[in-house]
Write a protein of this length. Structure first.
Lengths: 1055, 217, 472
């Protein structure tokens, strides 16, 4: 046997380095086939002392970048490859030798994937002939074929195309047929002079992971595991084996061949780094100086009164670092897109780490003036971290598609595509799939899932289940379920399309990464996600959508039309006292980011008076600061109750603006640098560890370093410990100051407009729905409370969108026909364009202008035809007569009158609807009603005697016993509050905030869960402007509404 | 030669056992090939249909089943196994191309009932072959009854027992003794056969149906 | 005179199922749910559930939060239809002309019985007493036309009187949503201000026809009784074979007593309506898989009362053993005979001989016992002792076997061996499998030769070396 091997080494140098190489490993990016993460395979290979590891997922390179990250600083060479199941010919394993080989592999994967719909591929022998000159091919014979004859021509064809690059991949996994297999490979190798390499098939990194591998097989077949045994592997040897085991299992020569192959594959993913689209830089110019020129022209515009010296210094520092790291193309790409948006008048706003740089401000990418917030350069780029800046740009959500089309047009579909997102197993899907595989019933599993409270921080889901279902823990199958569900969490299930992450290739996209079909027709997705692109320093641009930008543009247009003032984000008067006093009264419904219930409670306590207060307001009402209990100290210090102290001068400089309480991520990083002596890079690693502190234990080792550093610099242990607790409290919720600043910009702009041009504010918001926290009906209620006269939908006056009409005292809001559910926009707009000056004469005219019978009936039901055909019943009665199919039978059955007479009938008149009926049908057909509030109607019928109005609560005494009632518009149970639920009730005068303790909720469970009209008896608590009612007794008043016939729209529950 | 009328009637009823069956009215067609050439040649063509054969084993599991495998794996052969020494193993039978659906296994400790079952099988049209493991060996009367039933229904029966004393005469049509010495192939000794004298032991190479033997690892 | 009476059972299937269970069961909230397009809503609920605030049409998730110990089963229209037919059979003893409105309604023609029973109210009282034998919630209403009676009963606003005028007022006051019209019509009528059926009846029929089409025209005609749709009257079946579904699996004959009584009660009313008695019946217990357990019972003399039937059945059942839990119970009456004349009947012919092999097998089984005649079975499992087994005779071979080198003999029990006695020839073949049903194995199999050069199949596991099979 050995003689043969020696003869066939064909010049491959006999390797001195005896360390093994694994050439055929699939990760869990071969969906539902591989049972280990790429990094697990890499770490295990290093443990066992491998010299090389090939990640060869099935017709995919989706997992290789993760492996690359894991192997970056390890003594292991990562080989990039892929495996293909070729019908009748077994498995072809392709390993890339160099950069061209990698491009050829990506091209092959792309063609194979594009032949089928998502998740599938098809290949044949022909695809491998002549297409992979720079790759090695390992061929694992199919199990079934016995005679050598029928693979005769395939062998000769392959030998011809892969001179000295073709091997037979023999894998021994202790099966009954290993002996026959061994002889077969030997005969074929001797007959055709094709060398054999010892290549195990690796599906998981450790033996004990084989149970999860079996479950994956069952999940793929959607059958319980005991019915799939034939498909399962008979033992647990499809893993990485120790060198000693390999030498005892395979002939020495065949192992040497494997090492020889590994030596030939030297492609590394880092070679993809410097490949940027060239057309961004004009002919003959270098990227660096072109960027410098653009920056300084921008600076002239941004700082008309000239650059201050410190800003100038910061600008230079940024430009030199950008040049040093070679990131010019990132800024040029974004600058190009932002220019396009400016020309087309599309409102946009850059955020993310970019907002920390003066260069971006000068390039008009961000609108946050670096003076307003103290810019932390390390957060932007750090030489140590060597990571490209991630720059997200929000666009108006209705015009984002224009930007996307621009990108496709400029770079071409073959060079630009959307990045992928990896859809992974979360608890619900994991428990369900694993449960079904182990033979549990569907109902039983959903019962378990319902009992798990995912927001419960202390108890993991397994402990919760074990506690509530001891039987589960006791049974063997139950223990398997818990163990395997935990290990499958985070496994990728399939690739779907990222909402806005674009990748742009220098030349051909398919030279960079394979492209496959997405589920949506003619949409393609690349096999890498955002993190992969970031790791490889490829150009990645985030084009995101933001509803508020659309609303702001519409508001600016309305102000121009009705007040002849040219407003934009830049020229709004800053720091206007009236705006801040409005916000301090918690009158912030509709204002960006600070309209939620929790924000409205915080506004009167924080009392923002400056832009920076807004930046804090946006960041402080988040789980991070709440858990790290930074809210109360900050409020106490702001109200002057607690003295503002700083343990040292250095700390003062960092925390001065937030009164000594760390609120932003940047502050924590700076503290670590200033107080504990961390370097910029280390500090950022701390930030990264904070982002996923639950899963990785890295934060622990920072603790010792941090406290030691602080003790060194003379800070008390107590202070260091408190700072560390606050960092843990931050966890992933620590909000970056740069993000908060960008949002504060929009928040202030929308608040300013609400204060000075309320009519335009509400009209712009209503025309941009659905967005934000409130429904159209709640916005209209808020508008009426601000004395805006809201006119109903009227066929004679309304347009499709909501309009402003001038009335005696100021502008009035005319509701648009867009509110009528089910009405077709195109037909309606055509009709409105033909509306004569004095308006329509009668219904028949509408039909003659092309309005369909069904649309006519919808308008009648929405009471929009009052001018033509009287109250709602009359207009629907007449519209029914004008439906298309006039049955002749009834014409004469109705007596001599011709059908023409049937619509001006004198039959006994129909009774007009009662007011409460009108309100009910208003809600049903349009979702809003300008008539009186249902609660007002109920109060009028003495249904709510003894119940206070929302507006009357302000006059009550603190701790007074009151009764309030209203429509439930929102139920909220934030994870941080221990079991307390906040419910908002709406009546004709305003909103009531009700606090319901867990005990009260449980004792009035039915009313708490299902009531639409809730009647509450409780104690009112007043702290300054903040008013709450602590509920003692709940009663469901929905029956009374039912008699009224009003079904209020659904409340927004437990979101 | 013709017998007197009364004797002829008795023979027709099968009550007269004839010491020397004249070969003339037994056509050689009812011979079943054993699948092993050296055995066929010595047994005058193979196993005899309508006869009871005896296999005496020096020790169990020395290849007696492999000897019968070619016959068992014939396409539409239905076999009744009576009191097999261990469990007939489905994957093993499948590997030897034996149809599982056509095997019926009977475990019956009581000899009389086991014999009754064998006779039932022989008489029923459904079964073609009966393998009957009997540790101590059948009594002469039992063998004769079984021989007559097999002859009447033209069925083939095998009795697998331990080594029997030389002088015990039995009505078997054929008696073989199998022995295995060290690594040598299986030794078959024909003690009695219908068309010839007993033969000394000769090797029968049944390795093709057994796993490859390798020099010591 | 109002000719018709309509019986409506809003929670028929649930009430019937609870009737089959011991009374303390109905202390718990029970409900039936129907699921279409992943939305699971409650269609029937018992009294305790309704008191807990559960409403029909509510999602099952919300209901189970309102009443945590809610017991939910799935609704099946087919089962409810079988129950309504059984009910018709019971009422057939008093009312000759019955019309089935499956799954929850029964229409009875009562005018022809007024003279027989002496007065309208007497007829209704007799009907009520018959129905109240069963603990089912129902609503009974009279009407001058079938549709009117049906609408009033289903809207739970019944009128029980022979006076036509009273019924007409009731119908006029009926809310439009209970009019029985299609939803789209109801919405259109509601939109033009018609809130009650009376508003509709007031308008001239032509105007309605122009706006709402033919369907509403016919509806008004049927309502006023001008248009009489044909009614399909019920005729009792001539043989009795009824089945009862149990809500939960039952594992002993004792627990089956309750449903058995119900079935025998129906058997009695069947025999009574035909004036028959019976000499034999078969009780079948249906399991989750496999054939039902049959218990044929012969009676010495012909009987028809429920208690006689019950005693004899109990005698037989005590001796029976139930192999698997029971999901449903059914009873078939055999050889019913009219009570007066005695008739003899020949036994059915002998079963036809199908396959000779199974004939031989059944003969061997009869003599040697079922356990001793076995077949060789292959199933998909890597653990050798499960991959090949001999089991009591059963036809059929489902798996597609995998062809691998394996010994022809397998020892029923593995035998420990002394490794020195054996020379390894080939291996290992490693098998690590079976972790999912708590009997995992981890073995390395070898082909080896013993002292006598016999080729055996041995394996090494944590516990040591064992012999598992022979190659001879």
């Amino acid at each position: 046997m050995a003689g043969l091997a020696r003869g066939l080494t064909l010049g491959a140098a006999v390797a001195q380095d005896k360390r093994p190489a694994a050439l055929h490993c699939i990760s869990n990016f071969s969906f539902l086939r591989g049972a280990s993460h790429p990094h697990e395979l890499v770490e295990r290979a290093c443990e066992l002392g491998y010299q090389a590891l090939a990640i060869t997922d099935e017709c995919s390179v989706a997992g290789v970048v993760r492996a690359y990250v894991a192997a970056r600083d390890k003594p292991l060479r990562l080989i990039i490859g892929s495996e293909f199941h070729v019908p009748e010919l077994g498995v072809f394993i392709v390993l890339t030798r160099n950069r061209q080989g990698y491009a050829q592999l990506c091209q092959l994967i792309t063609t194979a994937r594009n032949r089928c719909k998502k998740g599938d591929y098809r290949v044949s022998l022909a695809d491998f002939l002549g297409t992979l000159p720079d790759c090695n091919l390992l061929w694992r014979l199919p199990q079934s074929c016995y005679e050598l004859a029928d693979i005769e021509q395939s062998v000769t064809a392959l030998k011809q195309h892969y001179p000295s690059r073709l091997w037979l991949a023999y894998g021994r996994h202790y099966h009954a047929y290993d002996a026959d297999n061994y002889r077969r490979y030997q005969q074929l190798s001797q007959a055709h002079y094709v060398p054999v390499a010892a290549v195990c098939e690796v599906c998981y990194h450790q033996p004990k992971r084989h149970t999860l591998h079996d479950v994956l097989v069952a999940i793929r077949q959607r059958q319980p595991i005991d019915s799939q045994v034939a498909q399962l592997k008979p033992n647990q040897d499809y893993c990485l084996r120790s060198p000693s085991e390999l030498t005892s299992c395979y002939p020495e020569a065949w192992l040497a061949q494997t090492i020889g192959i590994a030596k030939q594959c030297c492609f590394c993913l880092s070679e993809l780094r410097y490949e940027y689209p060239a057309e961004l830089v004009p002919e003959g110019r270098t990227a660096t100086d072109y960027l410098r020129e653009l920056t300084y022209t921008g600076a002239a515009i941004r700082f008309p009164q000239g650059l201050r010296s410190d800003v100038q210094a910061k600008l230079e520092k940024e430009l030199t670092l950008i040049a040093q790291l070679g990131y010019e193309y990132f800024f040029l790409t974004i600058h190009d897109i932002v220019q396009f948006a400016q020309q087309r008048g599309i409102l946009y706003q850059g955020r993310g780490s970019a907002a920390n740089s003066v260069v971006c401000y000068c390039l008009q990418i961000t609108a946050v003036n670096p003076d307003q917030i103290d810019v932390l350069f390390e957060r932007f780029i750090s030489a140590e971290r060597d990571e490209p800046p991630d720059i997200d740009v929000d666009f108006e959500h209705e015009r984002r598609e224009e930007v996307i089309q621009y990108i496709y047009k400029k770079y071409g579909r073959h060079r630009a595509a959307l990045a992928a997102t990896v859809i992974r197993y979360r608890l619900r899907s994991a428990l369900r799939d694993v449960g079904k595989a182990l033979g549990f019933h569907e109902q039983e599993l959903s019962h378990y899932l319902r009992q798990i409270d995912r927001r419960d921080g202390q108890q993991s889901w397994q402990e919760q289940l074990a506690e509530k279902f001891p039987g589960l823990q006791a049974s063997y199958r139950g223990r398997c379920l818990l163990k395997l569900t935990q290990s499958i969490l985070g496994f990728p299930r399939h690739l779907s399309q990222h909402v806005g992450g674009f990748v742009i290739a220098a030349t051909q996209l398919t030279d960079l990464v394979p492209v496959e079909n997405a589920s949506m027709p003619e949409r393609t997705v690349i096999q890498w996600d955002k993190d992969d692109l970031e790791t490889l320093h490829l150009i990645k641009v985030d084009v995101l959508a933001l509803g508020m930008l659309t609303a702001l543009r519409k508001m600016f247009a309305l102000v121009k039309q009705h007040h002849q003032r040219d407003l934009n984000l830049a020229n709004i008067v800053q720091e206007d006292a009236a705006v801040y006093s409005m916000l301090q009264r918690a009158d912030s419904i509709g204002v960006f980011q600070i309209e939620s219930r929790a924000q409205m409670n915080m506004l009167p306590r924080l009392r923002p008076t400056t832009f920076y207060d807004l930046v804090v307001q946006i960041a402080i009402v988040r789980p991070g600061p709440i858990q790290g209990d930074m809210v109360h100290p900050y409020l106490r210090r702001r109200a002057g109750i607690e003295p503002v102290t700083f343990p040292s001068e250095a700390v003062r400089e960092v925390l001065q603006r937030t009164l000594g309480v760390p609120i932003f991520q940047e502050q924590v990083i700076k503290l670590a640098m200033v107080a504990a002596g961390f370097s910029g890079g280390e500090a950022d690693q701390l930030r990264r560890a904070m982002a996923n502190w639950k899963s990785s234990g890295e934060l622990r080792q920072f603790e010792t370093k941090l406290i030691a550093g602080m003790r060194e610099r003379g800070y008390s242990d107590e202070f260091a410990q408190r700072i560390f607790q606050q960092i843990c409290g931050f966890g992933e919720y620590g909000f970056p100051e740069s993000h908060s600043a960008s949002f504060a910009n929009l928040a202030y702009a929308s608040a300013w407009l609400k204060c000075y041009y309320p009519a335009a504010f509400y009209c712009g918001l209503l025309n941009s729905l659905p967005m934000g926290f409130y429904s159209a009906s709640q916005l209209i209620q808020d508008a009426k409370r601000h004395h805006i006269n809201v006119l109903p939908i009227d066929i004679q006056h309304s347009q499709w969108h909501h309009q402003l009409e001038s009335g005696q005292h100021g502008l009035q809001l005319r509701l648009g026909l867009r509110l009528v559910k089910g009405l077709s926009q195109s037909v309606t707009e055509k009709l409105l364009s033909q509306r004569p000056k004095g308006g329509f004469q009668h219904l028949q005219q509408l039909r003659s202008f092309g309005l369909g019978g069904a649309d006519l009936h919808k308008l009648a039901a929405a009471d929009a035809l009052q001018a033509l055909s009287g109250h709602r019943h009359e207009s629907q009665w007449q519209s029914l007569a004008l439906q298309v199919e006039q049955l002749p039978l009834f014409a004469e059955a109705g007596g001599p009158k011709s059908n023409a007479a049937s619509y001006d009938l004198q039959a006994l008149p129909l009774p007009p609807p009662a007011e409460f009926q009108d309100v009910a049908v208003d809600y049903k057909t349009t979702g809003v009603s300008v008539r009186r509030h249902p609660i007002a109607l109920l109060r009028e019928q003495q249904g709510l005697t003894g119940y206070k109005l929302a507006s009357e609560l302000a006059q009550c005494r603190h701790k007074q016993l009151v009764r309030v009632a209203g429509l439930v518009t929102c139920r909220q149970r934030p994870g941080t509050a221990s079991g307390v639920t906040f419910v908002t009730l709406e009546d004709e005068t305003g909103l009531v905030n009700v606090v319901i303790w867990q005990q009260t909720a449980r004792s009035f469970r039915q009313a708490f869960l299902t009531a639409q009209l809730l009647k509450v008896k409780g104690v009112v608590e007043i702290h300054g402007d903040v008013i709450h009612v602590i509920a003692g007794h709940l009663e469901d008043g929905t029956e009374q509404l039912a008699q009224l016939g009003v079904a209020a729209n659904r409340s927004r529950d437990f979101h | 030669m013709a017998f007197p009328a009364q004797v002829e009637a008795l023979v027709k009823q099968g009550l007269v056992w004839q010491g020397q069956q004249a070969p003339l009215h037994r056509s050689p067609s009812n011979v079943l090939t054993t699948g092993w050439p050296e055995l066929d040649q010595r047994l005058g063509g193979g196993w005899l249909q309508g006869c009871v054969h005896e296999l005496q084993l020096q020790q169990q599991f020395i290849g007696e089943l492999t000897l019968l495998l070619p016959l068992l794996s014939q396409p539409n052969i239905t076999t009744l196994w009576i009191n097999p020494p261990a469990t007939p193993y489905a994957p093993g039978l499948i590997y030897q191309d034996i149809a599982l659906l056509q095997q019926v296994i009977v475990q019956e400790p009581d000899n009389k009932l086991a014999l009754w079952a064998a006779e039932q099988a022989v008489q029923s049209k459904a079964v073609d072959l009966v393998l009957f493991w009997h540790t101590t060996g059948l009594s002469a009367a039992a063998v004769r009854r079984l021989q007559q039933a097999a002859e009447a229904a033209q069925k083939t029966v095998f009795i697998v027992t331990a080594i029997q004393p030389e002088d015990d005469a039995r009505a078997y049509a054929m008696r073989l003794r199998l022995t295995k010495i060290a690594a040598a192939p299986l030794q078959v000794e024909v003690l009695k056969r219908r068309y010839g004298w007993p033969l000394p032991p000769f090797p029968c190479a049944i390795e093709s149906r057994l796993p490859r033997r390798r020099r010591v690892l | 005179m109002n000719r018709w009476v309509y019986l409506h059972f809003p929670h028929l299937l649930l009430d019937y199922q609870l009737a089959l269970q011991p009374p303390e069961q109905s202390r718990y909230p029970h409900a039936l749910l129907e699921s279409h397009a992943a939305r699971r809503t409650l269609v029937q609920a018992n009294q305790t559930a309704l008191q807990a605030g559960i409403k029909l049409g509510m999602a099952d998730v919300l209901a189970s939060t309102l009443a945590p110990n809610l017991r939910v089963h799935s609704y099946s229209q087919a089962q409810e239809k079988r129950v309504i037919t059984q009910l018709a059979q019971v009422i057939y003893q008093d009312i000759a002309q019955i019309v089935l409105y499956p799954p929850q309604g029964l229409l009875c023609e009562v005018r022809s019985l007024v003279r027989l029973r002496g007065g309208y109210d007497a007829v209704v009282a007799r009907l009520r007493s018959r129905v109240e034998q069963w603990p089912l919630r129902y609503c009974l209403s009279s009407g001058y036309s079938p549709l009117v009676a049906k609408l009033l009963a289903e809207a739970a606003s019944p009128i029980i009187s022979h006076d036509r005028e009273a019924v007409q007022q009731a119908i006029a006051a009926l809310p439009i949503t209970y009019s029985g019209l299609a939803a789209v019509h109801i919405e259109k009528l509601y939109n033009v201000g018609f809130t009650s059926v009376g508003d509709l009846l007031k308008r001239p029929r032509a105007e309605i026809g122009v706006r709402f089409g033919r369907a509403v025209m016919n509806y008004m005609a049927e309502l006023s009784g001008d248009f009489k749709p044909p009614q399909a009257f019920y005729h009792p079946p001539d043989k009795f074979d009824e089945k009862v579904e149990l809500t939960s699996e039952v594992s002993s004959w004792g627990q089956l007593l309750f449903p058995l009584k119900r079935l025998l009660q129906q058997a009695e009313s069947f025999l009574q309506s035909h004036q028959w008695s019976t000499r034999a019946l078969v009780i079948r217990a249906h399991h989750r898989q496999g054939p039902a357990t049959q218990v044929p019972i012969q009676f010495a003399h012909a009987v028809w009362q429920q208690n006689d039937l019950l005693q004899l059945c109990q005698l037989h059942l005590e001796r029976q053993q139930l192999r698997q839990p029971v999901l449903a119970l059914s009873i078939g009456l055999q050889r019913p005979e009219s009570r007066q004349a005695k008739s003899t009947e020949l036994l059915a012919g002998a079963p036809s001989a199908d396959d000779q092999l199974s004939a031989l097998v059944s003969r061997l089984q009869a003599r040697l016992g079922e356990q001793s005649v076995q077949s060789v079975c292959y199933n998909d499992d890597w653990r050798p002792e499960r991959q090949g087994r001999i089991q009591p005779w059963q036809q059929g071979q489902k798996q597609q076997p995998l062809k691998q080198q394996r010994p022809c003999w397998l020892l029923p029990q593995v035998q420990p061996i002394d490794r020195q006695q054996w020379q390894l020839q080939w291996g290992p073949e490693r098998i690590v499998s079976g972790w999912w049903d708590a009997q995992p194995i981890r073995r390395d199999y070898y082909i080896a030769v013993d002292k006598a050069q016999r080729q055996g199949w041995i394996f090494h596991s944590q516990q040591g070396w064992y012999l598992h099979g022979w190659f001879s």
